[in-house]
Design a protein around this ligand. Structure first.
Ligand SMILES: [Zn+2]
Ligand SMILES: [Zn+2]
Length: 145
């Protein structure tokens, strides 16, 4: 399902509408591949709608989070910045400790491990979070030179 369609349904299911500002924020989230925080989302949204406020962005992100449209992730080491992305395909994150770059990856092995564990321990696993830290190739090179 297209993100916009799915989001409209999720909003309607909780008696909400897809307003123009919500639509705009969804577009920003869908188009950017980066893991933006609220301020990053605000900066991009403001380019298209100068009337949008940071408070609206925060409020809208909360609505999106509540309705399961976006997922909130904490990807920095200090655990202070919240990043948002459209909820969807299972994927995992690697954060570079040098430059802060976030790399997404998919891994069938992690899904296998979770399926296996669910069976073995009779668990109903709802979500799997895997987050790795380390150094990206560029930062590893800086270490050597
Ligand atoms: Zn790096
Ligand atoms: Zn991600």
């Amino acid at each position: 399902m297209a993100p916009l369609e799915g989001a409209t349904q999720r909003l309607q299911a909780t008696g909400r509408r897809l307003t123009n500002q919500r639509r705009l924020l969804l577009k920003v989230l869908t188009e950017s591949q980066a893991h933006l925080d609220a301020e990053g989302i605000y900066a991009l949204a403001k380019e298209r709608d100068p009337n949008i406020s940071l408070a609206t962005v925060y409020r809208t992100l909360n609505v999106f989070k509540e309705t399961g449209i976006v997922q909130e992730r904490i990807l920095d080491r200090e655990g202070q910045r919240r990043h948002y992305e459209i909820a969807g395909k299972a994927h995992y994150h690697f954060t570079c400790l040098g430059c802060g770059r976030v790399i997404e990856f998919e891994s069938p092995m992690i899904e296998q491990a979770s399926t296996e564990l669910a069976k073995r321990l009779d668990l109903d696993i709802v979500q799997t979070r895997v987050h790795m830290d380390g150094y990206c190739p560029a930062c590893q090179e800086k270490e050597i030179t």
